[in-house]
Design a binder for this molecule. Sequence first.
Ligand code: 13P
Length: 264
Amino acid sequence: MQKRLIVANWKMNPQTSTEAKELLVSVLSDASDFKNIELVICPPFVYFSSISAMIYDLSSKFQVSLGAQNMHWEQKGAFTGEISAQMLKEFGVEYVVEGHSERRWIMGETDEMINKKIKTALKSGLIPILAVGEKERNNFDSSGRHINTADDVVIDQLTRALDGVPVSKIKDVVIAYEPVWAIGTGLADNPDDALSVSLLIRKVISKMTDDKTARAIKILYGGSVNSKNIAEFLKQDGIDGALVGGASIDKDEFTRILEIVSSL
Ligand code: 13P
């Protein structure tokens, strides 16, 4: 069975490097017992130097790697406050999240920027985790009819983000379906609905590449994932893992999630 990919997006947490180390130690202390999991930890950049060695040491026993929450598309230069792919690679970073809704909607990142970042990540040997997802759960037209925005938004974001990416490289992109309304709200999507978006993503990828790539590409669900709902998402044949926010900085809850995934 293919390993489940569990990505911990710590966002702008925790507040000190001591807490970051403690969180990692407690999550990883039982990690070598976890089966069938590939774990990616995405901490704030400033904690890379204190935790990358811990991750590297454990990576011989357990499939765990370091991920970044963002990066710039240029390799170097006058880009105040930004981080390049090369800088990430120096710390052994393997994955980079691109197009997270918090960056799209709070920092004003556009599809064009995300597209450039995906291309740079792939050229630099980093695996992009492309986040896509609609803002509103329900949308209605002027006559009150329900409009399915999820499909339209996901198709549009995927197409723009992958525009011009060499067909042979698309298989290396991980796609995370994260409906914005489900992030940090405690209102996770219905696993069946998440599965139908995942199937839609595979259809779009199939058109861009071929059926084999569409079947092989990894698709994650994200948005209020916790120990109570993770199993329902991952039991869906077509959802290969999860992108976890809030629950990934709660050591007991995250350990529980890993235990559950390892028992599936
Ligand atoms: P929550 O798990 O806190 O809803 O966050 C999801 C997310 O944004 C992960 O990238």
